[in-house]
Ligand binder design. Structure first.
Ligand SMILES: Cc1cc2nc3c(=O)[nH]c(=O)nc-3n(C[C@H](O)[C@H](O)[C@H](O)COP(=O)(O)OP(=O)(O)OC[C@H]3O[C@@H](n4cnc5c(N)ncnc54)[C@H](O)[C@@H]3O)c2cc1C
Length: 478
């Protein structure tokens, strides 16, 4: 899409957005032109920051008329380059951060209506102030926005209990490519009036419409919890333990995170105040948490009993149960700092995989054997949200390995890992989407009919291809 020929772009944008809603200088635009992981660098004609839904609507109507590409950007914490413009310098970045009001909280209906530019932290705080919980929980909550969370269908640490972002939304308000408003942000739990149109925009990464507000589901606040760090001989044992704990606790397992020995070592080596919670090394661990909205529940006893039984049977090797909030936070500090510890340790090749939980152990065994035989420059650091079948299947540069030679293996490793994931019935993108990073993977692994359906939806909603051009489905004409 070329738009440099459009005259008076700045004047028209000023007319729609006013001076406070427009950034034109290189210094103002710089932070919007590179993604969080610094994998992609783009250029832009302008950064537009509308303050009202009407401004979004007028902006899109005009961009559609002039065929100007619009790249929505939330907190810019996405991992796939979905919010970074291309290098043409013709696109407009649509910054959502000024559209950030909590419009209403309905505590009795357990719902909250927020504008798309609210950060996840602001939404969680607004729910908290009404004695409710908004359960989406990501390490990026201070920066990422509700619009970005919806557009990536974000996951995080509480999916096992509450589901992904798609499961947490009741209604969406969306501005379509031609500027028309889809005003369906109702707070209904039941609404069977034809197709579920809102669902199309969740996980669409800004390619089908601009989300301007969302009605979100709230839950009772957590009033009691119990947290344990458990050592296990293998992944199969962790999968079995999850099943047992769910049954023993009245399905109150809210997190169940798989951690390999190497991740504990990396975190203890690179992150201050992190130590191995258990006395001896073991091959695998899980960090599991039970939680309830009921005050004073005996969750700790439930956990202790279940883990005691498992220890007696030899199903687990050791366990430490947090005795207070400080110990609980220390366990979570270990888990949450694994990505940072990995980063400090050297280069890594990352894969965000989802697999049926029952084949996880077999998959890791097969993939690890392939890596051992074929990539001596790397060592496997596979951890993740085991309860959701979501593995961060990462390969770190081995000690002494040459960084450039290691990184040069990226394409070969990705192909082998993703092909194996397909053979096991899994997905190459569990919670981070497609963006620019995984366009080729989508083209390779999605069933052709599914791709045709996606292209038909894109054509119907964005016939001129102005919305986040080139992302998800690539650059071919829609
Ligand atoms: C420390 C850290 C921890 C993280 N942990 C997790 C995790 O546990 N689970 C997880 O799923 N992700 C995680 N992420 C990734 C990231 O935070 C999520 O993908 C998040 O949902 C992105 O939100 P954002 O507002 O930053 O979106 P951006 O990165 O700005 O944009 C993401 C995509 O959404 C589109 N978009 C943004 N706003 C809108 C809108 N209003 N309308 C239409 N399209 C829009 C953009 O064009 C882009 O395609 C983590 C990131 C970091 C840095």
């Amino acid at each position: 899409m070329t738009t440099l020929a459009v005259p008076n772009i700045e004047a028209r944008l000023l007319d729609i957005l006013g001076p406070e809603g427009l950034m034109l200088s290189a210094a103002q635009m710089a932070p919007f032109l590179v993604d969080h992981r610094q994998l992609y660098h783009g250029r832009a004609r302008a950064v537009a920051a509308p303050r009202t839904v009407e401004e979004v609507s007028r902006l899109l109507a005009w961009c559609n008329d002039e065929r100007i590409g619009v790249v929505p950007q939330g907190g810019n914490t996405g991992y796939c380059g979905g919010a970074t413009p291309d290098e043409s310098g013709c696109e407009i970045v649509l910054c959502m951060r000024r559209l950030a009001r909590i419009r209403s909280v309905d505590a009795l209906n357990y719902s909250l209506l927020a504008e798309a530019g609210c950060t996840l932290h602001e939404v969680r705080a607004a729910a908290d102030a009404a004695a409710r919980l908004f359960p989406l929980s990501l390490g990026s909550e201070g920066s990422c926005q509700i619009g970005g969370n919806l557009s990536t269908n974000a996951g995080g640490l509480s999916v096992l209990r509450y589901g992904m972002m798609r499961d947490l939304v009741l209604g969406l308000e969306v501005v379509l490519a031609d500027g028309r408003l889809l005003p369906c942000a109702q707070a209904l739990r039941k609404d069977n009036t034809g197709y579920d149109v809102k669902s199309l925009f969740v996980g669409a990464e800004g390619t089908l419409g601009i989300i301007t507000a969302a009605n979100l589901k709230l839950f009772p606040q957590i009033r009691s919890s119990a947290t344990a760090f458990v050592a296990l001989p293998d992944i199969a044992g962790a999968v079995a333990l999850l099943s047992e704990l769910r049954a023993a606790s009245g399905d109150r397992v809210s997190s169940f995170e798989l951690i390999p020995r190497i991740a504990v070592e990396l975190a203890a080596r690179h992150i201050p105040l992190v130590a191995d919670p258990l006395g001896h090394p073991h091959p695998w661990y899980v960090l599991c948490e039970l939680s309830s909205s009921e005050e004073g529940t005996a969750l700790a006893e439930v956990l202790e009993r279940a883990l005691g039984d498992a220890l007696e049977r030899g199903a687990i090797l050791d366990a430490a149960i947090a005795q207070n909030e400080r110990q609980r936070q220390a366990l979570w500090r270990l888990r949450e700092n694994i990505p940072e510890a990995q980063r400090r340790d050297g280069a890594s090749l990352k894969h965000d995989l989802s697999l049926p939980i029952t084949v996880l152990a077999q998959f890791v065994e097969r993939a690890a054997a392939w890596l051992d035989a074929n990539v001596p420059e790397g060592r496997l650091v596979a951890y993740g949200h085991l309860g959701d079948g979501n593995l961060h299947f990462n390969l770190n540069q081995a000690p002494g390995a040459d960084r450039t030679r290691f990184l040069a293996r990226e394409a070969v490793v990705k192909r082998a890992v993703h092909d194996l994931v397909r053979d096991f019935g899994g997905s190459f993108s569990a919670e981070h989407g497609i963006g620019q990073l995984k366009i080729d993977e989508l083209a390779r692994y999605a069933p052709p009919v599914e791709l045709e359906v996606m292209r038909a939806i894109k054509r119907a909603l964005d016939p001129r291809g102005i919305l986040n051009p080139g992302k998800v489905l690539g650059t071919e004409p829609p």
